[in-house]
Structure formats: structure tokens, C-alpha cells
Ligand binder design. Structure first.
Ligand code: XMP
Length: 508
């Protein structure tokens, strides 16, 4: 990687957003925990200190040795990061009289300062802080204010800046300009980190890393594994062996359709129908976690068997993406935890292979852009997320082939309806749940006592929080009609109007 910005994370909910904004400027950046400052070699063009839920006034506040940074590379503190700089240079940090949270307007701006170039007086900024920098020390000069707080400062002799507001959130109207000023004008980054360049350099790296070795990779039909496969395929061609397992819990016709598009992409892919093994292992299981475990276990067994049927495989390819590997900072102490990748938990350990993860520096939207550069079908790139255990966690209670077939039909009508109405891309994730209850209905002159399905559609950014989609009533009415008329065994459709939290996206 030619050049990068380092972001030191003090536990703010916005840290990943800072990274995404920097990358939108076509500049590569990495997030590191505050307790592990990486070496500031020639490739590091600048450093950003994130916000934090902590206060610099509290004992054991998250801290970093600024002397080892200042003067080596330009430094920008955001919110807590700015308070830390001010505090350490002798400034006075006090609790805000009013906890400032939300929108404020810049009342004064020093537009001659490099950081604030092209930023206007009256521009809205987003504040989220309980502390305020009341007094700045002699070394620091205030370069922007709101009516009630110091909004930005610079160091008089060192390349150091601080922002009390959050430039990374969209509510800060000119936040992107401020970040561009720092990254491009102050740090001098070239803005040449594009999907094309990523593909070219990653394929070169993969060629060097893998040589003539054989690699095996499990495809899921999702964006990440598909893009990872295409990158590795570009590097080593037929030496990449892809395995696509039908667990019997996929969407209607998904296995055949996706297998066909993988073959069309030139991938060396083997489809394995293991439905009966999965159904067998799931027989009688009703507890969601027990079902997940059984599905995970059988997947590993099937995959392992298929992988070992290929001669001399040394590597396991995986579509792990950046949010899965960022070390998240625990604000209640210096301890650091690493999120596990719940799709493939346990696979690398079991396989005893080296792991190759070409997407582990990318965010989801970047994976999509790289996929586009690689010429992957929009139908794969724009696909909603789908859980690894598939319909297995959308059939509440025990699973049978008959229930799977009913839910596949219901889901198909719902998802197709979203596509045909042009609503699919406005929804982050959608699906149907088969409930373990029956309800009374009437069809013609007959009383019925049949199954109930719930439809769920949510908007979200990353699945961590979600809101239910306000789908048009006419659309819901049509889908409900279609389901009840066409799917035998279902006589009632309900729509889930719960947000996450407190509900989750999946029902199990
Ligand atoms: P929840 O239900 O936790 O879901 O709000 C958040 C996101 O994660 C997906 N999900 C899973 N994905 N294995 C997966 O690969 C799982 O066991 C699993 N459980 C939930 C869910 O579909 C949503 O996108």
C-alpha cells in the first residue's frame, strides 16, 4: 500500500465512519486501537484521533503518547481526540454547562487556515460531547467557534489540529470538506486508491503469495465470497477450487441459478447437494442455537470432505471483510476483543490450512465497487444479506422438507414482488418467517386451520441496528393476496413492524 492515514480508535461509535469518509476520498486508511499505535513509517501520511464515550477528566481515561506522534505526521483530533490534545498541552477541559448534543452552527471560521478552507460561517456541524474545551493554551489557536463552544483549533508551531464537532457524520454539512482539507491538502495524500488500483495490486499480491498452490473456497451466493473468489480466480485461475453447498435451506431455485452464474463467470466451481444430510441433522431440533450449531457442523463436515477430495490444497480462501477484523476497543478498560466471523466460525481451525482473505481491508460498499470492476453480475452484487443458516432460522421450531418448500414459495412471492415493484434496492434485507402456529380462516364455504407467515423488511446500514420498512399498503395487500391464493397451507400473512433494537432482524 503506497500511502495511508491511521485512525486511532478511542471507542467512538463513529470511528468506522471516519474511515469510510477518508476512503471516499480515494485514500486508504486503517483503524487501530489507541493502545497499539503502529509504526509511523513513510507510508503513513497522517493520523486521526477518534472520539470516545470517555472523558479526559476521568481516571484511567484512554490515553496515547502524543510526543511520539506530534511532528512526525500531521495530527487531527476529533471530539475526544481534540480534547486530549488540548488537555495535554495545558488546556482546560470542563463539563459542558449543557451537554451539547446535536446540531450547532459555526459562528466564526478562520477560512485562511488550511483545515477550514472553503468552510462557511453558518455551516451546520454535529456536536456530541459532554465536555468542552473552555480555555485553549497559548500554543493552540481557535480557528472556528459555535455560539457556545470552541469548534476547531490548530497548534501554532506543530502540524496539529482539533475539531470539537464530528466532520464524519452527514449532519455536519461541510464535514467532507474539512476531512478533505486534512487528508489531501495537509497530509498531501494522492487520492489514487480506487477499485481498479485495488484489484490490480491485490491480484499481483495474490499471485506472489499463492504461486502454483491450490486454493479451496466456499461460495455462498453472497457478495463477499463471490468477490473474493473472482479476485483469487484472476490471480491463479483454475487452481482456485470453489465449492457451493446446497444445505436445503436456500431460497427457491437459488442453488441452480447461482451455480449457473458462477459457471458463467468462469469459476471452477462444484455444486454439492447436501440437503438430506442437513435435514437429517436438524430432525427434531427446535432451539435456535442448536439448529445453528447443527447447520454449522454439517457444513464443515461436507466442505471438509469435498476439500480433501482435491489434491494438494494448501489454502482456504475466505470472504472476510474489514468490519469483521477491526479490533473493537472496549471503553471499560484497555482490553481488546476481536469479533468472530459468524458465517464460517471454526472452519479454518478444522481445515488446518493457511487462510487467504483478499477483502479483509474493505468495507461492504467497497467490496461491491470492487465486484463491479471485476464485472460481477449486478444480481449478485446488489443482493440482500442472507444468513448462513438460511431458512433454517426462519422456520420457527423444527424443520422439515415440507416446511422449507412452503417457506420458499412464500419468500419467492415476497422477494419477486419487491423486485417487480422497484422496491428491492430500497430495502436492506427482506424475508419471510414460517410461524409455529395455525390460525382459523375461511376459503369459499370451508373453514380452514392453516399456517401463518410473517413478512419482514428492514432498512439498515450494517445490520447492527435496523428499522422496519414502511412498505406501501397496496404492495403489502397484493403480496398477501398472492401468498394466500398461491401457497397451499398458508391462510394468514402478518407484517413485522418491530425495529432493532429491541427486536432483532431474524426471528430466531
Ligand atoms: P439479527 O437477527 O441478529 O441479524 O438482527 C443481523 C444480521 O445477521 C444475520 N444473521 C446471521 N448471519 N449466521 C449468519 O451468517 C447467523 O447465524 C445469523 N443470524 C443472523 C441476519 O440475517 C442479519 O443480516
Amino acid at each position: 500500500m503506497a500511502e495511508k492515514i491511521i485512525i486511532l480508535d478511542f471507542g467512538s461509535q463513529y470511528t468506522q465512519l471516519i474511515a469510510r469518509r477518508v476512503r471516499e476520498l480515494n485514500v486508504y486508511c486503517e483503524i487501530h486501537p489507541f493502545s497499539k499505535v503502529p509504526e509511523l513509517d513513510q507510508t503513513v501520511k497522517g493520523l486521526i484521533l477518534s472520539g470516545s464515550p470517555c472523558s479526559v477528566r476521568q481516571d484511567d481515561n484512554p490515553d496515547v503518547d502524543l510526543d511520539s506522534i506530534i511532528g512526525k505526521v500531521p495530527l487531527l483530533g476529533i471530539c475526544y481526540g481534540a480534547q486530549l490534545i488540548a488537555h495535554k498541552t495545558g488546556g482546560e477541559i470542563l463539563p459542558s454547562e449543557i451537554r451539547e448534543y446535536g446540531r450547532a452552527k459555526l459562528a466564526t471560521v478562520d477560512m485562511h487556515n488550511e483545515l477550514m478552507k472553503e468552510v462557511n460561517i453558518g455551516s451546520q456541524v454535529w456536536m456530541s460531547h459532554g465536555d468542552t474545551i473552555l480555555e485553549t493554551p497559548e500554543e493552540l489557536e481557535v480557528i472556528a467557534k459555535t455560539d457556545s463552544a470552541n469548534a476547531a483549533f490548530r497548534h501554532r508551531t506543530q502540524p496539529v489540529w482539533g475539531l470539537q464537532f464530528h466532520p464524519e457524520v452527514t449532519h455536519s454539512e461541510q464535514g467532507k470538506i474539512v476531512l478533505r482539507n486534512f487528508v489531501v491538502h495537509i497530509c498531501g495524500c494522492n487520492q489514487d486508491w480506487t477499485p481498479d488500483v485495488f484489484v490490480e495490486s491485490t491480484v499481483d499480491q495474490l499471485k506472489a503469495q499463492l504461486g502454483d498452490d491450490q486454493v479451496v473456497l466456499g461460495l455462498s451466493g453472497g457478495v463477499d465470497s463471490s468477490v473474493a473468489a473472482m479476485l483469487i480466480h484472476q490471480a491463479i485461475g483454475k487452481n482456485l477450487h470453489c465449492i457451493f453447498v446446497d444445505n436445503g435451506l436456500l431460497r427457491k431455485n437459488e442453488f441452480q441459478n447461482v451455480l449457473k452464474s458462477y459457471q458463467g463467470m468462469g469459476l471452477n466451481v462444484k455444486g454439492v447437494d447436501a440437503s438430506s444430510e442437513f435435514y437429517e441433522a436438524l430432525k427434531g431440533l427446535t432451539d435456535p442455537e442448536a439448529k445453528r450449531k447443527a447447520i454449522g457442523r454439517v457444513f464443515i463436515e461436507v466442505f471438509d470432505k469435498e476439500a480433501h477430495a482435491i489434491q494438494n490444497v494448501k489454502w482456504l480462501g475466505q470472504g472476510t471483510i474489514y468490519p469483521d477484523v477491526i479490533e473493537s476497543v472496549s471503553v471499560n478498560g484497555p482490553s481488546v476483543t476481536i469479533k468472530s466471523h459468524h458465517n464460517v466460525g471454526g472452519l479454518p481451525e478444522k481445515m488446518k490450512m493457511k487462510v487467504v482473505e483478499p477483502l479483509n481491508t474493505l468495507f461492504k460498499d467497497e467490496v461491491r465497487r470492487v465486484g463491479k470492476t471485476l464485472g460481477i453480475d449486478d444480481a449478485i452484487l446488489g443482493r440482500h444479506p442472507f444468513p448462513g443458516p438460511g431458512l433454517g432460522i426462519r422456520i420457527l421450531g423444527d424443520i422439515t422438507a415440507e416446511k422449507v418448500q412452503i417457506l420458499q414459495e412464500v419468500d419467492h412471492i415476497f422477494i419477486n414482488g419487491l423486485k417487480q415493484s422497484g422496491l428491492y434496492d430500497d430495502v436492506w434485507q427482506a424475508g419471510a418467517m414460517l410461524l409455529p402456529i395455525q390460525s382459523v380462516g375461511v376459503m369459499g364455504d370451508e373453514r380452514t386451520y392453516e399456517r401463518v407467515v410473517a413478512l419482514r423488511a428492514v432498512t439498515s446500514v450494517d445490520g447492527m441496528t435496523a428499522d422496519w420498512c414502511h412498505l406501501p399498503y397496496e404492495f403489502l395487500a397484493q403480496v398477501s393476496n398472492d401468498i394466500i391464493n398461491r401457497v397451499k397451507g398458508v391462510n394468514r400473512v402478518v407484517y413485522d413492524i418491530s425495529s432493532k433494537p429491541p427486536a432483532t432482524i431474524e426471528w430466531e
